[in-house]
Design a protein. Structure first.
Length: 269
């Protein structure tokens, strides 16, 4: 069974507001692979563990029909409440029990979600639903993140990472899949033709508020907040204050570049 960490409506709303879509480099890595394997154009793409739909929207631009699936009703409701292309639909189901016929899916994706799945069962489902010649793209961003703003990028990144390190103390043990750059997930993929790309860097346009909101949306922060709401809230408030002081600005709407590193497992059946 998948590990369920994003169930509440409050968490889902924060997730929808602050989580970002796949960056351009990650998009290009996936699209180039699918073109190379002649997996596009394609009829049906399924985005598993879609959350509030950030990755699903990207797929909608490239496939005739896209279905986003997630085990969380609250996340799917957020996805449905967000405007999207008419070829995108959503449904609630576990990653390990996909309601698609054998060999009916052209491309199966998962963005920053597969480490929450029961990996062996999910891989069996991928093997079952993906058609011969179809592809999978399973990616995550890692904990390697940095901030860039004028000449204080180094100081800003230090402040962010100090906060992030505090939050990561409350990580679920499934973060191990992310920390090993999805190596175990790569090895579990039962497709003969596969590769793992570990150094995809993307600058994500954000604001100071967005960076703090991203940290709030992280599952370890939500665990921290349940354990000690006052300390958790205080940590984010203090971090935001320090960031603004370092940048010499007063508005939390001030833009920054949020650099993330992605890992992507690609496979063709």
């Amino acid at each position: 069974m998948a590990t369920q960490m994003f169930e509440g409506r409050g968490h889902a709303a924060v997730y929808q507001k602050y989580r970002f879509a796949p960056g351009k480099e990650l998009q290009q890595t996936i699209l180039s692979y699918l073109q190379e394997k002649k997996a596009i154009p394609a009829e049906l793409a399924v985005d598993v563990g879609c959350g509030s739909g950030q990755g699903t929207h990207f797929l909608g631009e490239h496939f005739k029909k896209v279905v986003g699936t997630d085990i969380s009703e609250a996340q799917i409701q957020e996805a449905k409440d967000t405007p999207c292309m008419p070829n995108i639909s959503y449904l609630v189901c576990p990653a390990e029990e996909l309601p698609f016929q054998d060999g009916s899916v052209d491309v199966l994706t998962s963005f920053t979600a597969a480490h929450w799945f029961h990996v062996e069962k999910f891989m069996r489902e991928a093997e079952r639903v993906v058609r011969p010649g179809g592809c999978v793209a399973i990616s995550t961003y890692t904990v390697d993140m940095s901030l860039r703003y004028g000449d204080c990028s180094e100081k800003l990144t230090k402040i962010f990472r100090e906060c992030w390190d505090e939050i990561l103390k409350y990580s679920h043990d499934r973060l191990k899949y992310v920390l090993d750059n999805y190596k175990e997930i790569f090895e579990a993929l039962p497709f003969p033709d596969k590769k793992r790309v570990t150094d995809i860097y993307d600058p994500i346009p954000m604001t100071v508020e967005g960076v703090v909101g991203y940290m709030e949306s992280a599952s370890p922060y939500q665990t921290f907040k349940k354990n000690d709401p006052k300390a958790a809230t205080s940590l984010l408030q203090e971090t935001e204050k320090r960031m603004l002081e370092t940048m010499g600005v007063s508005s939390r709407e001030t833009p920054v570049e949020f650099w993330v590193r992605h890992v992507c497992v690609l496979g063709c059946k």
